[in-house]
Design a binder for this molecule. Structure first.
Ligand code: ZN
Ligand code: ZN
Length: 136
């Protein structure tokens, strides 16, 4: 599949990358729309460090392959079992995955995701509107 890959300041390339592995409870989300965040611009300009080879993008929406339902793709997945997660403060999770930052992001044709990281969209919300939700 194709993805937007970070190759350094001012170097974002559309490259062929391996198809995502759909393991465990994960489902495939097919990309429908995304937006470029201020965070992405810091990476692009070389102001903030990002690992070369990282797939960019953390503001996006897609469609679940299994249910064919459109959904906002949640950019942070908390672990669910650390000190903070067990106390109901998932935003402070120490083992969270931050897609497009510490883990490959959403600017790819598809992404394997946990169902809880896909929030169903009502029909009256367009893909381009859903792409800026950045729900956490
Ligand atoms: Zn953002
Ligand atoms: Zn946690």
């Amino acid at each position: 599949m194709k993805a937007a890959v970070y190759r350094g300041a001012h170097k974002i390339k559309i490259e062929k990358v391996p198809e995502p592995e759909v393991k465990g409870r994960r489902v495939l989300a097919k990309f429908r729309g995304g937006s470029i965040c201020g965070t992405d611009m810091h990476f692009y300009r070389g102001e903030w460090a990002l690992k070369k080879g990282r797939i960019l993008g953390h503001d996006a929406c897609g469609v679940r392959e299994d249910t064919v339902v459109r959904a906002v793709m949640v950019p942070i997945t908390n672990c669910g079992h650390c000190y903070f997660c067990l106390r109901g403060i998932p935003s402070q999770c120490t083992k969270a995955k931050h897609y497009g930052l510490t883990s490959d992001g959403f600017f790819a044709e598809s992404k394997a995701m946990l169902p809880r990281s896909l929030i169903h969209l009502p029909d009256n919300v367009a893909d381009k509107e859903a792409a800026i939700v950045e729900e956490q």
